[in-house]
Design a binder for this molecule. Structure first.
Ligand SMILES: O=C(O)CCC(=O)C(=O)O
Ligand SMILES: [Fe+2]
Length: 315
């Protein structure tokens, strides 16, 4: 396609993706092919699950309509605390699995959490409440696409995920945070906007998709545009879980004091259970090496990408 025509086509497509009919339907501004492919794949996974197990007899998932839900005590609190201590030890001894903070000083990463912390982190997904919530969301099997872990640090800076944003992931995907430390507004709980406010910000022109268009001062934007500013966070204990749809507006918050440790799982719909998928992928260790981003164009392909480290920890 000639350059001018291609520029024009792109600008029309970008405008469509940022129109209310589009983002209210998909809750993102991804391209249409990605949204259609993921929607179709999620439908196929549901149909396959129903053939095996009958219709899922669960209430609608809160994540279909809103940003996040808290599940208490998904993982034993003492084990969660022990993992946080282990992260501290790994940092102290400058273990090779540690990804040092960038200049902004916002977070320290831990490579391959299943290997460097422990495989029993997967027990989180065996907690009945977690299983129920994930099944209510997907209404099909689901798989772990990747797992990352990081420690948020006190810092005056804000960058990347510490600015208000939408991950702009395909539909029918969600994240799970396993909290290893007590998390409050003071110790760096993530802030989220509900559906109504996310859509209101988008209508007023705030998408927080690209780094260049993200702000820390969404309150200022709200004031200018006559919108409500009412971020929400959950107070969580070690072992609690937050499930969330990362396409709604949210931001990480640096602790005022102390630290916040999390293990983050990203889920996609799947044709077989996450455990079966791990087996097919050659064991937990291999699976934990999947790179966090970008998400593949075709979710039906589950080939492992063997990369580790360096990749961005979150979106
Ligand atoms: O660390 C946090 O609280 C939020 C990180 C984030 O933006 C994400 O996981 O999508
Ligand atoms: Fe995010």
């Amino acid at each position: 396609m000639p350059a001018l025509l291609s520029t024009l086509t792109n600008s029309v497509l970008n405008r469509i993706r940022r129109s209310p009919l589009y983002y209210e339907r998909y809750n993102n501004t991804c391209d249409f092919t990605t949204n259609r492919t993921y929607t179709r794949y999620a439908r196929e996974c549901r149909a396959a699950y129903e053939r095996e197990h009958g219709t899922v007899d669960l209430p609608e998932s809160p994540l279909w309509y809103n940003t996040s839900t808290l599940i208490r005590g998904a993982f034993p609190a003492d084990k969660a605390r022990a993992y946080s201590d282990k992260i501290g030890t790994l940092i102290e001894r400058k273990d090779p699995c540690i990804i040092p903070p960038k200049e902004d000083g916002l977070a320290i990463g831990i490579r391959e959490p299943l290997i460097n912390l422990g495989n029993d982190l997967l027990d989180t997904l065996r907690a009945p409440d977690v299983q129920r919530n994930l099944l209510a969301f997907f209404r099909s099997h689901y798989r772990i696409e990747w797992i990352v872990s990081y420690r948020s640090l006190p810092s005056k800076n804000a960058a990347g995920s510490w600015l208000w944003h939408s991950d702009t992931f395909p539909p029918h995907t969600c994240k799970l945070f396993l909290h290893l430390t007590k998390t409050t507004a003071e110790t760096g709980a993530m802030e989220v906007m509900n559906r109504e406010d996310t859509m209101a910000y988008r209508r007023a022109g705030y998408f927080g998709q690209f780094q260049s268009e993200r702000t820390a001062d969404l309150e200022g934007f709200a004031r200018t545009h006559g919108l409500q500013y009412r971020p929400h966070h959950f107070d969580a204990e070690p072992g609690d879980v937050t499930l969330f749809d990362m396409n709604f507006l949210h931001r990480a918050v640096a602790p005022q004091a102390g630290i916040r440790d999390v293990v983050v799982f990203l889920f996609l719909p799947n044709m077989v259970s996450w455990e079966k998928q791990l087996e097919l992928d050659g064991g937990f260790a291999a699976r934990s090496k999947r790179t966090p981003s970008p998400l593949q164009k075709d979710p039906g392909v589950t080939t492992i990408v063997q990369t580790s480290g360096g990749a961005s920890m979150m979106a």
